[in-house]
Design a protein around this ligand. Structure first.
Ligand code: ARG
Ligand code: ZN
Length: 427
């Protein structure tokens, strides 16, 4: 017993950080206020070393003067990192000091039963659970759901798309595409896809908006576009973003699927270095996940009128271009759509979403699926960044899933109903 106690004390002693007097023994997420270019360089440097993970912005190259940086720092590097910040007069706050606890909360699944209970949708689910859910949903609603395999991931996991249809037959049905989980660590995104499917099926013929949507459009939903990455965030590294493909010329793993599409591919805002978070891959659609989505959309481009890609975090409703500062021809129209949607979210949920053309609202990000879909001819193309603004970031607790999903659903319905009006087939 005594020996055990001594052991415990010793263990804790060694866990204490070597420097920085009040540093925590937990991994933390810091919010760092950068004000000068020189400070920007320091933070860029820190964020590419010391096993830290940049949460926001996505890549060090986006850090400039006057940037708020969110940085995940493992416990054993906290002392070093906070000392460096102090030395360079960088102020910071601790956003999260309990990341282990939050991760535990996000992965907890106490309810033994499943899918029937409403709370199923207020939890996060492992990849296996989601595959099971896809199957079960298709079985439970055979007249409204069809499942199609559109391809497979680098590690050969299936990419299933659910096609939701109303019970009304209409000739020449238009369609909506929604993908979730391009980026592995953005767990609220797949949770939204599940939420959306369940809401659509439950409220068809009960809620006018959803009935109208499903009667006029088929809705294709890809709940997890990056299954290998998603799996990896559950088993190995919660902070993983990219897919899990190996490159020949480097030991680093993964391509950013949202830089792998053929829209000004690998220009400024993407990286050709395999170790970077925004690595664009070897060539456009080099990644099987991006290729599968692109192939599907190419073969459905006449029917798909609305493209929607779900990410987190940041609370933004974005439209093309991301890959250039140019305005798209229907910029004003798209602006009106996101403005109206954001206004509704503000009114009903008292929450503010930023909105606008992506390159101007966040940063240049070429090779994105939304821009590519736009150039394919899907002129209503959007990327949503769901909650929150950084309070919890990727570690949004399960108790906040319902609000995040409900407000995104409201925005989606608002945009979709407008697009339905705008694309009415001429008799
Ligand atoms: N934050 C996301 C990213 O860095 C989305 C950016 C907006 N859209 C885009 N196509 N890049 O990928
Ligand atoms: Zn993302």
């Amino acid at each position: 017993m005594k020996a055990l106690l001594i052991w415990a004390v010793l263990l804790n002693f060694y866990k204490l950080p070597k420097t920085g007097d009040c540093a925590s023994t937990h991994d933390q997420v810091l919010s760092i206020q950068v004000t000068t270019h020189q400070q920007a360089d320091i933070v860029k440097n820190i964020s590419s070393q010391y096993e830290t993970v940049l949460w926001s912005p996505t890549s060090p190259e986006y850090i400039g003067a006057h940037t708020e940086v969110h940085l995940f720092v493992p416990a054993n590097k906290l002392g070093t990192v906070t000392d460096l910040l102090q030395t360079h007069h960088l102020t910071h706050q601790v956003l999260l000091d309990n990341t282990e606890e939050l991760i535990e909360m996000q992965t907890r699944n106490e309810s033994s039963d499943p899918r029937s209970s409403a709370s199923y949708y207020e939890r996060y689910h492992s990849l296996e659970d989601i595959y099971y859910w896809i199957n079960k949903t298709a079985q439970d609603y055979p007249d409204m759901v069809k499942v199609t395999l559109i391809g497979s991931s680098y590690e050969k996991r299936p990419l299933y798309v659910l096609k939701l249809s109303g019970r009304q037959e209409r000739a020449e049905k238009r369609a909506i595409w929604i993908d979730c989980g391009i980026h592995a660590r953005e767990w609220i995104s797949p949770a939204f896809c599940l939420w959306f499917v369940q809401y659509s099926l439950n409220f068809y013929n009960l809620n006018n908006d959803i009935t109208e949507m499903l009667n006029s459009m088929d809705i294709y939903v890809l709940p997890v576009m990056n299954p290998d990455g998603y799996k990896y965030t559950w088993t190995t590294n919660r902070m993983w973003r990219k897919n899990r493909s190996m490159s020949k010329e480097s030991n680093c793993v993964g391509t950013d699927l949202n830089r792998n599409f053929d829209a000004n591919w690998c220009t400024k805002g993407a990286s050709n270095r395999p170790c970077d978070e925004i690595y664009c891959g070897q060539f456009p659609e080099s990644e099987p996940e991006a290729e599968a989505v692109a192939n599907f959309l190419r073969s459905h481009k006449d029917s798909v009128k609305l493209y929607l890609s779900i990410h987190s975090y940041g609370q933004m409703l974005l439209f093309p271009y991301s890959c250039s500062n140019e305005e798209v021809p229907n910029h004003a129209e798209l602006f009106e759509l996101v403005q109206e949607a954001a206004m509704k979210v503000r009114r009903y949920y008292r929450n503010n979403y930023k909105y606008g053309a992506s390159a101007k609202t966040i940063y240049l990000a070429p090779g994105g699926s939304d821009d590519w879909a736009y150039n394919l001819g899907i002129h209503y193309s959007f990327t949503f960044e769901l909650e929150d603004r950084g309070r919890y970031g990727f570690l949004l607790p399960p108790s906040l899933i319902s609000k995040a999903c409900n407000e995104a659903l409201l925005a989606l319905k608002s945009i979709a109903l407008r697009v339905i009006q705008k694309t009415q087939p001429q008799p």
